[in-house]
Design a protein around this ligand. Structure first.
Ligand code: UT7
Length: 324
């Protein structure tokens, strides 16, 4: 991979929001539709329930509105919307313009498709846009995976659900926050291990996705740490893509991360692809798990295969109110 250097301006997470549709499919519900058990699903994946319903634009708008309210910013302050999704409302146009319109924004808006790595890809793009002068950027990860999931299929039906998470990042030279390191990757040789055709449902070679995921999580973590000049011990909190607790267990064993520094919400949400990391970030904030100055690692992987990581020094100071 070509070498790249880090460049970053001072910034903070000015607002974070989350949205999950009301309807829940529990493991117990799935036992009616397929030959499975609650115990098997929990043991093999860590998942207890997943949310379904709502469109990607609806869920995005709910999460982004919450982020906007928490930020104290006005709609006119937002300079760009990046919407990471693998389940857009339409093949054309993108979903981001409709979300920007629903929020009353007047700025550029585009979708970003990097599957489950999409939101972290979005953060890296947003960092580049901040370097070009944009001040407030809305980065959303949102999915309505129930549209492409067969809830009678034993391999995929147990995994996927809907949701959205959104963050507004704000350039501020006086902020403690900084991008310390990042890494983006893709290996199209593995397109066939997780995909959906137009009007189809997700098809997956679960064992191969598992193997690749454990490998690329290590590779990407090391790449971001190297750029940041940090070691594993310097990371205060890891927010990984929520796909399978056993994937995290296997990668953490090799990397040496501890579970008490890890945010996991998989039990309640299932795999929400591009939404999973910002949803977990919102959960970590609700649990008061982030302190100004913390080194936070966002770590994603997904179909493609794609992978993405970013290490940020955390500054979540809300405008005009208390810090998170
Ligand atoms: O964002 C990335 C998204 N994708 C992923 O994260 C996928 C990663 N892979 C996985 O999560 C796992 O491969 C699965 C959870 C999908 C499957 O787990 P596995 O340990 O790879 O199961 P397997 O396909 O090797 O099947 C093991 C056994 C088989 O029974 P026998 O042959 O040992 O008797 C299957 O028939 O488990 C059985 N099985 C099930 N049993 C109950 C497979 N699926 C189920 C099920 N419920 N849903």
């Amino acid at each position: 991979m070509p070498a790249h250097a880090n460049s970053s301006v001072g910034f903070r997470f000015a607002g974070v929001g989350a949205a999950l549709p009301e309807k829940i499919i529990t493991n117990g519900d799935l036992t009616v539709a397929m030959d499975t058990t609650d115990e098997w699903i929990r043991d093999r994946t860590g998942i207890g329930a997943r949310h379904v319903g709502g469109s990607t634009s609806e869920l995005s708008t709910l999460a982004a509105r919450e982020a906007l309210e928490r930020s104290g910013l006005a709609p006119g302050d937002i300079g760009q919307v990046i919407l990471a999704t693998t389940s857009p409302d339409f093949i054309c146009p993108g979903t981001a313009p409709a979300v920007a319109h629903a929020l009353g924004l007047d700025c550029g808006a585009f979708d970003l498709q990097a599957a489950c790595s999409g939101w972290v890809y979005g953060l890296v793009v947003a960092n580049g846009l901040m370097l070009q002068g944009l001040v407030n950027i809305l980065v959303i990860g949102a999915e309505s995976l129930d549209r492409i999931t067969d809830y009678t299929a034993r391999d995929t039906g147990i995994l996927f659900g809907n949701g959205a998470g959104a963050a507004i990042i704000t350039q501020d030279p006086s902020a403690k926050g900084q991008v310390l390191g990042w890494d983006l990757g893709a290996n199209g040789a593995h397109v066939g291990i997780l995909y959906s055709e137009h009007d189809g449902v997700l098809q997956m070679d679960g064992k191969e996705v598992f193997r690749q995921a454990v490998t690329v999580m290590q590779r990407s973590t090391h790449a971001s740490l190297a750029m940041a000049g940090l070691t594993i011990d310097d990371i205060d909190l890891v927010i990984p893509h929520q796909a399978n607790t056993r994937i995290v267990d296997a990668a953490w064993k090799k990397l040496g991360f501890s579970h008490d520094k890890t945010v996991m919400i998989l039990d309640r949400t299932g795999n929400t692809s591009a939404a999973s990391i910002p949803l977990a970030l919102a959960d970590a904030l609700a649990d008061n798990r982030l302190r100004p100055g913390d080194n936070v690692l966002f770590l994603g992987f997904g179909a493609g295969m794609t992978w993405a990581s970013m290490i940020v020094r955390w500054d979540g100071t809300l405008i005009g109110t208390a810090a998170w």
